[in-house]
Write a protein that binds this ligand. Sequence first.
Ligand code: X2X
Length: 357
Amino acid sequence: MKLFRTALMAAACVGILSAPALAAYKQEYKLSVVPAATSGWGLSATYFADLVRERTDGRINIKVYPGAQLMAGKQTSELLLVRRGAIDFALASTINWSPQVQELNLTALPFFVANNPDRYKAMDAIEDGKSGKMLVEAVEKTGVKFIGWGENGFRELTTSKGPINKPADMKGMKLRVCGTPIFADIFTALGANPQAINWSEAVTGFQQGIVDGQENPTNGINITLQIWTWHKYHTDWHYMIDPLLLTANSKVWDSFSKEDQAILMECAAEMEKYSKALSRLGFDDGSSLEYLKSINKVPAVTDPFKTMEEKGMTIVKFTDEQVDEFYAATQSVRDKWTKEIGEELVKAAEADMKAAQ
Ligand code: X2X
């Protein structure tokens, strides 16, 4: 008995009984990003990784792998690789994961989110509301951990031919899209000729002129890429938005202490503010610029329209009548994809967006 008590005390002293042994942390965690490190999306990932390193005193060392390099360019394989653990973290676009998670097509419904008086409030309302919870559940059902939101932004059209004022102006235009099915449907409905090309090869496609245009967010992608080098027309139509999902492989997430999980969540919330400010800069009431100033992270371009014009781009900002025409032309896409996404989720999103206006 005495011997047993002594053994028990010794065990308690070395902490065997008092604290569960922590799984060893990896020396480096890989965070995947599809576009370049200099894109808004890449900057957001680096911001998160730096915050985490700092706030965990280096216990969690995240390295950003931009350019879809962890999936050999095939952007729609990312979710699979996070699930398998080949990728530890991803700041992922809903677009790239929606082939596997149908619900994530929600914000790609054409002229859906921006069809509200304040399109950014509408986006936030989805993320903060019932529909956002449903999206997170759908993502986590695949076995990955959702940590927080980011934002690539509303996707605008850039073309070498133009300007585009009505669907007929897009007739037969070869437009690069990613290989996600809803895009083929949208651009086919508008009379264009969509070409599915991975982002990793898209820029070469612009250089060689094998496509007449593409669509991507203005601040995060188009400006950082200097899209005016190839495309002289910018169509500001906000036809859909691309929120980002900060996620982790479940086993990796479970291996972190509760304290470190809380730090990761906290850093994700900071990253969301930064990522949204980068995406919305120049398109809101000035609050994004104020925020970026407060964290000392103002990017080179703060007035995107002025910059694009200076670079020789012709900008068409859609009027309400133009939106109506494009809305009508894409009705069949919303009908088909509402069924794929789930009517309940689409209704919940409509209610969330309406309540926030
Ligand atoms: O492929 C694209 O257009 C990009 C970079 O925006 C995404 O990965 C969705």
